[in-house]
Design a protein around this ligand. Structure first.
Ligand code: SF4
Length: 176
């Protein structure tokens, strides 16, 4: 039985890892570097990830590029929930990973999107260069190739309660 599951995992993971379709989503300056990653100099088509989709229902990779404010947080959550499983998240930039330069001075910036959605790969820096984003995508590919369908479920479920708790917090701050 284990041999069958391992073989199915291997085939599914190999195809998923090599055909990640990112959602077109950027909120500030990091988005410019994300756009540059698709251009010919960097060309993420080499890794099967150039098909940026306009709809979350056709995407399986959310590259969150830029600052997320409390006002924007429910939109991020909605987009994530509309993506079909299995779905993956790269937090791109210091602001996305932990609030960046706004972490201690701004009342409106969420200090890390992992308070809203589960994050697979953290990519700090301000801003990360396209080469760094490509490296993050390669690391995500490695992660996908190693994981099992069962472990993926555990990973997502581990974040469910935190996500709901923080969603309540977001409603309070968003309305303030
Ligand atoms: S990490 Fe730097 S470049 Fe990226 S959104 Fe924040 S301020 Fe802009």
């Amino acid at each position: 039985m284990n041999i069958i599951i391992s073989s199915i995992d291997y085939i599914l993971n190999w195809s998923r890892a090599n055909s990640l379709w990112p959602l077109t989503f950027a909120t500030s300056c990091c988005g410019i570097e994300m756009m540059q990653t698709v251009a010919s100099d960097n060309d993420i088509a080499r890794f099967g990830s150039e098909v940026f989709r306009g709809s979350p229902r056709q995407a399986d990779l959310l590259i969150c590029a830029g600052t997320i404010t409390y006002k924007m947080a429910p939109v991020l959550l909605m987009l994530y929930e509309q993506m079909p499983e299995p779905k993956y998240v790269i937090a791109m930039g210091a602001c996305t990973c932990g609030g960046g330069m706004f972490a201690e001075t701004s009342y409106s910036v969420v200090n890390g999107i992992d308070k809203i959605i589960p994050v697979d790969i953290y990519l700090p820096m301000c801003p990360p260069r396209p080469e760094a984003l490509i490296d993050a995508i390669r690391k995500l590919q490695d992660k996908i190739k190693k994981e099992s369908v069962l472990h993926r479920k555990e990973f997502v479920n581990a974040h469910t309660s935190a996500l709901k708790e923080n969603n309540k917090m977001l409603e309070v701050k968003g309305g303030a």
